[in-house]
Design a protein around this ligand. Structure first.
Ligand code: AMP
Ligand code: ZN
Length: 107
């Protein structure tokens, strides 16, 4: 499978990890939409958040606890978390990932 996030989680594409745990990694989004824009990515490949919830629920738990930890480390007062599901909703990488955005005002 030619999945860019699988390659990143396996270390095949050199990437600076801001978090690495048992099931999850986090790294900066290439095209940031906010001063802090991180992607929290399960090491196991599932197409979207719902599939991840069914297949590896513990990874979802780790994703949200890592998000809280990263928000503290990046001194975010508040933060936005987003899972896009389906191309119509803007999903472009079909390996589940949580966007963590902060450092600006959100409407
Ligand atoms: P989505 O559109 O929700 O599927 O989000 C995919 C995100 O991955 C986009 O915000 C891209 O900017 C980001 N992205 C794609 N390739 C890379 C990469 N190699 N490193 C970091 N971020 C990436
Ligand atoms: Zn993958």
């Amino acid at each position: 499978m030619n999945c860019i996030f699988c390659k990143i989680t396996k270390g095949e594409i050199p990437t600076n990890f801001h978090y690495e745990g048992e099931r999850v990694i986090a790294f900066a989004d290439l095209n940031p939409q906010a001063p802090t824009h991180l992607l929290l990515v399960p090491k196991s490949h599932y197409e979207n958040a719902a599939e991840l919830a069914k297949g590896d629920p513990n990874a979802l738990v780790e994703i949200f606890s890592a998000a809280e930890q990263l928000a503290r480390e990046f001194n975010l007062e508040g933060y936005r978390t987003v899972f896009n599901t389906g191309a119509a909703a803007g999903q472009s990488v079909f390996h589940a990932h949580l966007h963590l955005l902060g450092g600006r005002a959100f409407s």
